[in-house]
Design a protein around this ligand. Sequence first.
Ligand SMILES: Nc1nc2c(ncn2[C@@H]2O[C@H](COP(=O)(O)OP(=O)(O)O)[C@@H](O)[C@H]2O)c(=O)[nH]1
Ligand SMILES: [Mg+2]
Length: 306
Amino acid sequence: MIRLIEDSDPSAFEMLKLLYPHSGNAFIIGITGPPGVGKSTLIDALILEFRKLDIKIAVIAVDPTSPISGGAILGDRLRMQRHATDEKVFIRSMASRGQKGGLSRATKDAAIVLDAMGYEIIIIETVGAGQGEFEVATIAHSTGIINIPGTGDGIQTVKAGILETGDVFIVNKSDKPDADELVHHLTRMISMRKPFKTNLAKTNWTARVLKTIARDGTGVKELADTFLSHFDFMKKNSLLDQKRKKIEKSYFTSLLKDLILKKVLLFAETSGEYMEVLNKIQSREMDPLSAAELVVNNICVLKSNN
Ligand SMILES: Nc1nc2c(ncn2[C@@H]2O[C@H](COP(=O)(O)OP(=O)(O)O)[C@@H](O)[C@H]2O)c(=O)[nH]1
Ligand SMILES: [Mg+2]
């Protein structure tokens, strides 16, 4: 199924319709941060902790940066290799190449498949957050943001507005100097976070800052526990419902965009009106803005007449 999703195969769309009702039980965790901060290594260590609790776990490693990043993707898989023979662990990489609907859509589709298969936790590894077309926070129930000491990355990341989307801030490579400084910095930034405005949720989750050494597993049990307690917290405070609604809305929107784009492209390929309008734009008889409006309105009219 995931291969079909990656290839944007039309049969995947139909199969997802059937699978969807069986999804909705998994806890989806996003792990994000700049390249090299130890995301894959940390996820490998997290798998170990979740397996101790006999949780069935899947990982999707996403690489939105480069269409030919075979190396990086291979690295992600390699770092989690020791779980390859565990039948309750599933690890899959996805590249952005060939995915017409964008990476968010394909990743969400893949998560639905794994969710329906009964994976209790699904971890999505991705570079960056809150930037570009892919935002892991639009798929995940809980988002962990990794920073490392001594690079200034922590400060940059925080400035990029990522603060709002992080539920758990992870200072990895805390075997290196200045880890505590970064912890303090992040804690201070979080305390200045705007309170989450909503009528439904009277209680807010206070983002945690945790130190880890992914390489030897230090702090990873605490991290696993923190994610689980965040999930519990959300369940008890109707926050999970809200999050799910947000996730469904953004999935629905991305589906609409894809389907509408398909219609528009089909129109462009098959309709004489398209060429007519294009000629008018190119001879400056018509401005492209009014033309685009006209064409889209016509497509909608065509549709409603059908
Ligand atoms: N010193 C140190 N190195 C680490 C730690 N975690 C990961 N690394 C190393 O950092 C490098 C990048 O790790 P990787 O998991 O591939 O990072 P990713 O690109 O974020 O997935 C590898 O050489 C890891 O062995 C850590 O806690 N301490
Ligand atoms: Mg990685």
